[in-house]
Design a protein. Sequence first.
Length: 65
Amino acid sequence: MTRIVLAIIGSLMVLLGLVWMGQGSGYFPYPAESFMINQSPWIYWGLLLTMAGLFVVWIARRRRS
């Protein structure tokens, strides 16, 4: 059960990190009034969150059931 929860949390972290990178770079300008659009710090925060999410997914896959 813990494995599944960790995998879901890690996957959501990756997805959210990719959205942050997309908004920070201007490739995903939604919602239009978002303060994150074209703000380069959000690219780095998104990259950090994506890497952390991949690490959580990796931990979940290595964990014994």
